[in-house]
Design a protein around this ligand. Sequence first.
Ligand SMILES: [Zn+2]
Ligand SMILES: [Zn+2]
Length: 174
Amino acid sequence: MKMNIRQLFDLVGERRTISQRFDFREEELYGRYPFQSPVECSGEIENRAGVVRLVFCVKFSLDLVCDRCLEPFVRDEELHFAHILVQKLDSGEEDEDYVLCEGGELDLDELVRTDVLLELPSKVLCSENCKGLCPQCGQNLNFGSCKCEKKEIDPRLAVLSQLLDSEDNPADPE
Ligand SMILES: [Zn+2]
Ligand SMILES: [Zn+2]
C-alpha cells in the first residue's frame, strides 16, 4: 500500500506521524518464515527546510532456530532507520539513504521490508556463547556436557597448551 505524501514535499515544516503494522509472515529468512507476529513500525516524516526526512523504528520478534545447537528460540528486535525522501533522484543521490517517491508516493511496506531484511545478520545463534551440539552424540552442550571424550579444547586452554608446546621446542636455548 502506497502512502500519498505529496503534501510533505510541498509544504516546508509539514510533518506526519507513522504508526503501522505490517505482516511479513510470507518473508523467508534462514530457510524459515520467522516473522510469525506483526511487525510494528512507528516514525515520522518531516519536511525541514525543504528536505523531507523519514525516521522510523521497527519492532518485531523472530521465531528462529540456532545455527549451532538447532534449538528454537524467539528473539525480539528493535531497529532504527532514517532516509531522505526525494521525488526524483539526481546523480550522486543514488545512495541507500535516499528513497525515491515517484509522484509523491511512498511505499512504506516495501521500504521497511527491505531495510529490515538487509539489517538482519546472515547467521543466527541462540546466544554468543552457544556451545552447540556434541559432534559425536548430538547432545546439546548448553544443557550439560555429555560422556564423549572432549576433542575440542577450550580456547583459553588451547593458548596455554601452545605456550607449553613452545617451551618444549628443541630450538629453545634452555
Ligand atoms: Zn545455540
Ligand atoms: Zn557427546
